[in-house]
Design a protein around this ligand. Structure first.
Ligand code: UDP
Length: 333
């Protein structure tokens, strides 16, 4: 358990849940966020907040110089596959430049441990080739988009930062983060929302006319993409589990349930949990979407004892549904 930690991107979906988890375990937490997509009200009251952009090298340097952090968590990347297909160089320059400033600052100010939110999109193409086989850490890296490529470049930066400067790191390849803290205070609130589960819930609730289903001609049983949805609180526990392993060296872990659900199965789950149909229409594929991404999380389970608490789609969707019903306007209410 880190004593003093910096959470870059601590006002975002996963970051805000991580901050709450660290505080609940007695940590001293500082959030660094530019609030471009995150929300002030998503940051738990016990955390200190620094509003700054990772592009501002002086600000990053100041925070790290003053904080005496033992651990830095980085969840502040641009993170939309579709956007990165439209603006590839912007995505790669922003993500790698920002991460580089943060990692360099950690090296110069004596931070010993770095935890990086990476992505299943590293395996974009290899995942599709692998069919239904879950993807372990030995699978070939073949980013499905410039977003995934930028994450892979950052993982490699961290490899060199360890080898030359001794900065220990955990690269956590999250599959599809979903759900909300059952406590009811935190949940998913993106503007614009692009993720399947919140969009399906909003369609069922009549807050948008319909869900647009991107592609029914994939090589899967029902023709729609298959993803491995993992509850956001299980990602928080994975962060802490991975940290505990850094004493033995840097790690890379793929993190999901190890079970895939198709877009149609997600739509069915939302309808079942909410008791309302999900109006939807079929459209063309979305650029950059691999057919199937399912995690093999055997390595983190074996090396750290990490076990997810939410083990099926309905239980994850249930927490997301409760959050959106209770917070119709997200954090801006
Ligand atoms: N999806 C969809 N309609 C939407 C949003 C997503 O059909 O409005 C599909 C998308 O093509 C993918 C899956 O749902 O197959 C999960 O997409 P999401 O954006 O939630 O996560 P990603 O897999 O891109 O990280």
């Amino acid at each position: 358990m880190p004593v003093r930690s910096l959470v870059a991107g601590g006002a975002g979906f996963i970051g805000s849940h991580l901050v709450a988890g660290l505080l609940a375990r007695g940590g001293d937490v500082t959030v660094l966020d530019n609030f471009s997509t995150g929300h002030r009200d998503a940051v738990s009251p016990g955390a200190q907040v620094v509003a700054a952009d990772l592009a501002d090298g002086d600000a990053v340097d100041r925070v790290l110089a003053e904080g005496r952090f033992d651990t830095v968590f980085h969840l502040a990347d641009l993170s939309l596959v579709g956007d990165s297909m439209r603006a590839p160089l912007h995505y790669m320059m922003t993500n790698t430049g920002n991460a580089g400033r943060l990692i360099d600052g950690c090296v110069r100010h004596g931070v010993r441990r770095f935890v990086f939110s990476s992505t299943a999109n590293l395996f974009g193409t290899s995942g599709a080739d692998a069919g239904m086989r879950p993807i372990d850490e030995g699978a070939g890296i073949a980013p499905g988009s410039p977003y995934g490529e930028s994450k892979w470049m950052i993982e490699r930066m961290l490899g060199w930062a360890d080898r030359i400067h001794g900065l220990r790191s955990a690269c956590l390849r999250f599959f599809n983060a979903a759900g909300a803290d059952p406590g009811g205070l935190l949940g998913e609130d993106h503007t614009p929302e692009t993720h399947l589960i919140p969009l399906a819930i909003d369609a069922a609730l009549g807050r948008r006319p319909e869900l647009v289903l991107f592609g029914t001609d994939y090589p899967t049983a029902d023709g729609t993409c298959i993803r491995d949805y993992i509850h956001v609180n299980d990602l928080v526990s994975a962060h802490l589990a991975a940290l505990g392993r850094l004493d033995q060296g840097s790690v890379r872990y793929n993190i999901g349930l190890g079970r895939g659900y198709s877009v149609r199965e997600v739509i069915d789950s939302v309808a079942r949990i909410g008791g309302k149909p999900v109006p939807h229409r079929v459209a063309d594929r979305r650029a950059g979407d691999p057919a199937i991404l399912i995690a093999d999380s055997g390595r983190i389970r074996e090396q750290t004892g990490w076990v997810p608490e939410f083990t099926d789609l309905d239980s994850i969707v249930g927490t997301a549904w409760a959050w959106r019903v209770a917070h119709p306007y997200g954090f801006s209410a």
